[in-house]
Design a protein. Structure first.
Length: 278
């Protein structure tokens, strides 16, 4: 199976219209096994960007790390050789796909720590056509994983960053570097006002979503078993670095150390080309 034979017009329309598409059996079991092996190693050898979250006296953790692909051979093999970048090229109608960022996450059973409602575009100094692949490493029932506000990527709005620790706003609403950021809507308290969708996922499935679509996890449905996932942000050829607020300084430092600055294209050793395959 290749990206050209797997993706249909229905997939592309869902991504374009809804902001998210469920890709069933997108990756062979061998790729999921490779990601699982890589995650096992990544947990034992975390980077300086590793973090762990707990809520109050919660003994169940929510761990994550990012930009680790260059030190985890299994992750690099997946990024460079799996169909993921080809899928991204078709969904974004791109002539080139570059890696923006890889992440791994582990949310233990019962963990109250969760993702707030947010969209990724406000968190990082990147702009352009970008998508996120959310790949579960075990089954995940609808509602216990990630949820989306259908079509919110087409609202034409920017919402300020919300910190995952404590869900505090990174700044007050207002203008930052020429762009206006609003307070994210209180979706949990007004769920009936929004078109919220989620999906049943099995290993080999993935979700691909627009970097502008609002998404989060419900406080009502705590995971009944451990959730492990690997996520990838990828960019089309029109994407570049565009500085946002001070809240992005931590991530900014990483690519500035690699020689990047405001206005640079996302195309370098730090942001390697994944498609067409070099």
């Amino acid at each position: 199976m290749t990206d050209s034979t797997y993706l249909s017009a229905t997939h592309i329309d869902a991504f374009t219209t809804d902001g998210v598409v469920h890709l069933s059996k997108a990756f062979a079991p061998s790729w999921i096994n490779k990601l699982t092996q890589g995650l096992d190693d990544a947990v034992l050898h975390p980077s300086s960007r590793y973090s762990v979250r707990r809520v109050k006296d919660d003994f169940s953790s929510y761990q994550e790390d990012f930009w680790v692909w260059s030190r985890v051979p299994e992750f690099e093999a997946f990024l460079r050789k799996s169909p993921a970048a080809g899928y991204a090229a078709r969904l974004l109608n791109a002539s080139r796909i570059n890696l923006v960022m890889d992440n791994w996450f582990i949310r233990e059973a019962g963990s109250q720590a969760r993702a707030p409602w947010h969209h990724d575009i406000s968190y990082f100094d990147f702009e352009g056509s970008m998508c996120v692949f959310w790949i579960p490493l075990e089954s995940c029932p609808a509602g216990q994983g990630i949820e989306f506000v259908r079509g919110s990527h087409r609202w034409g709005k920017l919402f300020t960053r919300v910190y995952f620790d404590g869900h505090q706003l990174a700044s007050e609403p207002g203008w930052v570097n020429g762009k206006f950021y609003e307070t994210p809507p209180d979706i949990d308290q007004n769920r009936n006002q929004y078109d919220i969708i989620s999906f049943d996922l099995e290993p080999g499935d993935c979700l691909c979503f627009d970097i502008r679509v609002l998404h989060g996890t419900s406080p009502q449905n705590l995971p009944v078993k451990r959730q492990r996932r690997f996520t990838v942000r990828m960019a089309a050829e029109d994407s570049c670095i565009r500085y946002r607020g001070d809240w992005a300084q931590t991530e900014r430092k990483e690519f500035e150390l690699a020689g990047h600055q405001d206005g640079d294209p996302l195309d370098s050793e730090f942001f390697p080309r994944l498609w067409p395959m070099p």
